[in-house]
Write a protein that binds this ligand. Structure first.
Ligand SMILES: C[S@@+](CC[C@H](N)C(=O)[O-])C[C@H]1O[C@@H](n2cnc3c(N)ncnc32)[C@H](O)[C@@H]1O
Length: 209
């Protein structure tokens, strides 16, 4: 349980939130036997590598409670964020994922933890093409290189959502590439869980013509 203790030292959330995350992790480990929800090699480090990695986004959300998480997979960061926001007025997380087995897992996790979230099983491009709900935050982890990620998130960013994207060490090159198509107002924040990783906070995005 060193990994779990390290996560608790990195991130401050309530005892009740940790209890609900315990339920989520228990369920994930059960489903992981039949579906690849996270890389098997990362399981011994699940608390820091996945749970704390997700929760750290709350530090950059400016109190935003209406989230849309893209390519949520096994629930990172979206389901973990929803669990942490449970009980907060107006909090809601929309999770968009195209793999129906991962969607089934997330629906079960939301039910078991009573998290304020909803799963949209489909392609991001298609789900967001008719999206009308306001969003404070659009998040994602390990979905696509930044240029494609910005294409996906643009329908929400252009309406004023803030982008919170967990990225690896290649983020500077990805930002340079994305700048060819976009005017990006963004800042890079250090990750609490991985020294080489960064959180890209996109405050504003406009298309270059
Ligand atoms: C590498 S996984 C990352 C999952 C999770 N965000 C995480 O960090 O553990 C990428 C996920 O995005 C989903 N995905 C990829 N392209 C997508 C698209 N266009 N629309 C919806 N989901 C997509 C995949 O099915 C997969 O579950």
């Amino acid at each position: 349980m060193v990994d779990r203790r390290t996560a608790e030292e990195l991130i401050r959330v309530s005892r009740e939130t940790w209890d609900r995350i315990d339920l989520f992790v228990e369920l994930l480990l059960k489903w992981q036997k039949t579906i690849n929800l996270v890389a098997p090699s990362s399981l011994p480090h699940i608390w820091v590598r996945h749970v704390a990695d997700s929760l750290q986004l709350l530090n950059h959300a400016g109190g935003g409670v209406r989230w849309v998480d893209l390519g949520s997979g096994g629930g990172f960061p979206g389901v973990v964020i929803a669990i942490a926001l449970a009980g907060t007025a107006d909090a809601h997380v929309d999770l968009i994922e195209s793999d129906s087995r991962k969607c089934a897992f997330m629906r079960e996790a939301i039910r078991a933890t009573d998290a304020p979230a909803r799963v949209h099983c489909g392609r991001i491009e298609s789900v967001l093409s008719s999206w009308t709900c306001p969003a404070d935050i659009v998040s994602s982890r390990a979905l696509a290189p930044l240029p494609r990620l910005l294409d996906y998130a643009f329908p929400l960013l252009k309406k004023g959502a803030c982008g919170l994207f967990l990225k690896g060490q290649d983020v500077e090159a990805e930002l340079t590439e994305a700048s060819k198509s976009w005017n990006i107002q963004a800042t890079l924040k250090p990750s609490l869980t991985e020294p080489r990783a960064r959180i890209v906070v996109v405050e504003r995005l406009d298309q270059r013509f």
